[in-house]
Design a protein around this ligand. Structure first.
Ligand SMILES: Cc1cc2nc3c(=O)[nH]c(=O)nc-3n(C[C@H](O)[C@H](O)[C@H](O)COP(=O)(O)OP(=O)(O)OC[C@H]3O[C@@H](n4cnc5c(N)ncnc54)[C@H](O)[C@@H]3O)c2cc1C
Length: 416
């Protein structure tokens, strides 16, 4: 079996490079082992909200130019970064994913704990505010669905009250969601969203919420609408004489899963071949190039390609794995960058910078992997698998996933 490009991993990063390459005429195969970080996404995309020394960032692209040399953004370089970042919103729009905000200046989104977090871009239904202390309205009605435990109204009310908004909490019960409650594991955001996608259920819900309104100018609801597409969200937003804010829930993430489905559709509809639920076990490397890979499901049939892109994620995606005293990349045994003193890997303060999240695969300035110190000419690495950044601490997760993918796609298109 032979392709122009084989993409390993099925998360945000792999999907972005796969769609660009396939649309540019490269024949692509994507092998995706399982769930990816989009299933847990907040619905907002961070580009850069904090420098490695902790300094808050207001203008991500301006500050990105001052990052250390090994950082993925530094490898792309200032003007290249600006050029690629300008293409993010149109690219996602072309896949049916509508984003708002802007890559130049960070906005603030309301988190499930009621606090505000910086983000440059967000899906259309996720509100971005101009400042951390922004008062979202005078009076807010916070509505939950009876029995839904993944949305904490009390936390949200506390956060909003601290910023000057009066809050009232209510719950709505519908026969269809009561049915989900019979089995506690069914009362999850995705299952509620599937039920709410049915017009008659949604209409009953909106009627119930309208009857609860007492002059509030803001209604806050969990993000449990629009599993298949965003039409249900638009209808909910337009149903009240008040601003509707959708707030994320404990995973799974409805907006994240919708985004993943739309990107996957864009990849496949442009002719890309996806092998879901399969895993790349290893590959043959000779003369400084990857010749082929093998997967669990293809067994003895190997897949050859001109170029290979490894986007298997960080520890979360099993793109890198820790063993006693070591951190390794399991597919090709690539060079990794990590702290050898294990006592420095993590901080007991959960909210502090966690060093292990900076570990990743070592690459050259063109995102090509190294093995035994030597560059592998046709093996590129993108996304959270890369070393040189701490995406969670810096708020750069989606930005690195998307921009490194765009840059590698450009490298491959320019080089071949
Ligand atoms: C839980 C979580 C939530 C996050 N939320 C946000 C957010 O809201 N906003 C934000 O900006 N950033 C967020 N991030 C940062 C996140 O890392 C990026 O946004 C981005 O989605 C990472 O994409 P990725 O493609 O690099 O990796 P991943 O999404 O981890 O995808 C890697 C994929 O590779 C697959 N894989 C692994 N090994 C193999 C193999 N051998 N063969 C085939 N497939 C394989 C995995 O199954 C997985 O599907 C979050 C990260 C995590 C972990």
């Amino acid at each position: 079996m032979r392709y122009d490009v084989v993409l390993i991993g099925g998360g945000l990063s792999s999907l972005v490079s796969g769609i660009i390459l396939q649309r540019s005429g490269r024949k692509c195969l994507m092998v995706s082992a399982g769930q990816n970080a989009l299933h847990f996404s907040s619905g907002s995309f961070g580009i850069l909200s904090r420098l490695p020394d902790g300094t808050p960032v207001e203008r991500p692209l301006d500050e990105a130019e001052a990052l250390p040399a090994g950082h993925p953004y530094s490898k792309i370089g200032g003007s290249g970064l600006r050029d690629l970042a300008g293409g993010i919103v149109p690219f996602f729009a072309s896949c049916g994913v509508r984003l708002h905000g802007g890559v130049e200046t960070n906005g603030w989104r309301l988190t499930p704990t009621g606090s505000m977090k910086p983000a440059a871009l967000a899906l259309d239904e996720v509100a971005l505010f101009p400042s951390k202390d922004y008062k979202i309205g005078h009076k807010a009605l916070i509505v939950n669905i009876e029995g839904f435990l993944d949305f904490n109204s009390e936390f949200i009310a506390r956060g909003l009250r601290e910023r000057g908004t009066d809050c009232r909490l209510e719950t709505v019960s519908l026969p269809e969601t009561e049915h989900l409650r019979k089995n506690p594991t069914e009362m999850r955001s995705v299952n509620i969203a599937r039920v709410m996608d049915r017009e008659e259920v949604r209409t009953a819900f909106l009627f119930a919420v309208r009857s609860l309104l007492r002059g509030e100018d803001v209604i806050v609801m969990p993000e449990v609408f629009g599993f298949a597409d965003t039409s249900a969200i638009v209808k909910v937003s337009e149903a009240f004489p008040a601003t509707v804010l959708f707030v994320g829930t404990v995973p799974p993430s409805v907006p994240g899963m919708r985004t993943q489905m739309l990107l996957k559709k864009a990849f496949e509809s442009s002719g890309g071949m996806l092998l879901p639920g399969d895993e790349v076990l290893g590959g043959e490397i000779s003369d400084g190039r990857v010749k082929s890979i093998r997967t669990v499901n293809l067994g003895s049939v190997s897949v050859e390609a001109d170029d290979f892109i490894l986007s298997t994620g960080s520890f979360f995606g099993k793109g890198i794995v820790s063993g006693p005293g070591t951190v390794y990349e399991p597919v090709f045994g690539l060079d990794t960058v990590y702290e050898t003193d294990r006592s420095k890997w993590y901080d007991e303060d959960f909210f502090a910078r966690q060093e292990y999240l900076s570990f990743g695969v070592d690459t050259d300035g063109r995102f090509r992997a190294k093995k035994g110190g030597k560059v592998i000419e046709n093996l590129y690495v993108t996304g959270s698998e890369l070393s040189g950044a701490n995406p969670l601490y810096e708020g750069s997760g989606a930005g690195i996933a998307i921009l490194s993918a765009m840059q590698v796609a450009r490298e491959i298109l320019n080089g071949n």
